[in-house]
Design a binder for this molecule. Structure first.
Ligand code: THG
Length: 346
């Protein structure tokens, strides 16, 4: 790994010096990612489920033991403050597998104010992702054929050769795969070596959460695709917000008002003309053809699958309408772009 960032105050590797090979391994074979920085916030106790239901803008009342859901968290004003995967580990234990913001403090504050009977902690749990078309065969070679039967966003908690872990069919790619939530940090090398060996016949490669693949399939990167004021509708994940649910949750009234008003800006896809662009994670300002401000890019990437440049951009209303023509500044000058809906459907 030659490129890394900081995520939840830990190092997150994000690319090797050969991004084309990273992409190829993920989409054709199998890729192994150290995503230990996807920390868990554990909520345990008699009130755990009720508290989680109150924290989450998605209805978690049907969340069964052994199942997970993508469950955005909002503050009281409807800002999107994190977008965790929530796992129901047992009767009274839930894990929030978090994006890069301080959910532990948030949950302790809310539960403290409510007087919930829960303990909120950060357990010794570090995910390792195995992603790609050969991920299932790789993981099955280690843990057994039963992994074939695991459904998407379902998991089993096991011990394997003395390693405690949760095997979950999930991950930040659309190539299918697993997240192995290691429950003993001292056994990380052992787990890594087992998967690495099992992946040899499948051409396993060390990788990382892949920006090109996740943009092609639109998985939200909280904090990159969003800013401090983004709400879930603006962030294009409104489909995970259960405003019709009868339960109360943090931000519900604000979100009802926002939905009624409609967004003033929205995360959209961009199709950008011209030769392959260097990946650019820095926001740059967008313009309409007559030069007025139209929003900002959040990510630009060349898509190997579509063989064209894609962008994610927070676009001002009404330029958010699909088909709108905009101008994007690039190192080689302004380029025309077209606004499209997410996920990309090309
Ligand atoms: N795995 C785990 N924790 C995480 C991430 C992860 N925490 C931070 C970050 N990534 C959260 N972001 C996402 C975004 C999308 C998805 C997962 C995590 C995802 N979405 C499914 C989809 O779009 O198909 C929907 C799942 C559902 O229907 O509930 O997988 O990657 N552990």
């Amino acid at each position: 790994m030659t490129v890394a960032t900081v995520y939840n105050r830990m190092v997150l590797p994000i690319a090797t010096d050969d991004p084309a090979a990273d992409y190829e391994a993920l989409t054709q074979r199998v890729s192994l990612w150290d995503v230990g920085c996807q920390r868990q916030v554990q909520v345990q106790g008699p009130d755990a489920l009720e508290l989680c239901q109150y924290l989450s803008a998605r209805d978690l009342s049907q969340l069964r033991i052994g199942a997970a859901k993508y469950a955005p968290l909002c503050d009281h004003d409807g800002r999107l403050i994190n977008d965790p995967v929530v796992l129901r580990v047992n009767e009274d234990t839930v894990w929030f597998s978090i994006a890069d913001s301080d959910v532990l403090l948030w949950i302790r504050a809310i539960s403290g104010e409510r007087g919930d009977d829960v303990e909120v902690s950060e357990p010794d749990v570090s995910p390792l992702a195995v992603q790609g078309p050969s991920a299932t065969d790789t993981v099955a070679a280690v843990f057994g054929e039963w992994v074939h039967e695991l459904k998407f966003f379902h998991f089993r908690r096991i011990h394997h050769e003395g390693i405690p872990l949760v095997v979950c069919r999930s991950g930040w790619s659309k190539q299918s795969g697993f997240e192995l939530f290691l429950e003993d940090g001292s056994k990380g090398d052992q787990l890594w070596d087992l998967i690495w060996a099992a992946g040899q016949p499948h051409g396993i490669r060390v990788g990382a959460p892949n920006n090109a693949e996740r943009i092609e399939n639109f998985l939200l990167a909280w904090g990159s695709d969003t800013d401090a004021e983004s709400d879930p509708f603006e962030a294009a994940i409104g489909s995970y917000i259960d405003l019709g649910a009868t339960h109360d949750f943090v931000g519900k009234n604000a979100l009802l008002a926002k939905r009624a008003d409609g967004p003033t800006r929205e995360l959209k896809g961009l199709l950008i003309d011209g030769e392959p662009l260097e990946a650019n994670p820095e926001p740059v300002g967008l313009q309409t053809p007559n030069g007025s401000y139209a929003g900002q890019t959040r990510a630009v990437v060349y898509s190997p699958r579509y063989e064209r440049n894609l962008g994610l951009a927070i676009v001002e209303v009404p330029q958010n309408l699909p088909g709108t023509k905009l101008q994007v500044p690039t190192p080689t000058g302004w380029r025309p772009a077209i606004v499209v809906d997410l996920p990309f459907d090309l």
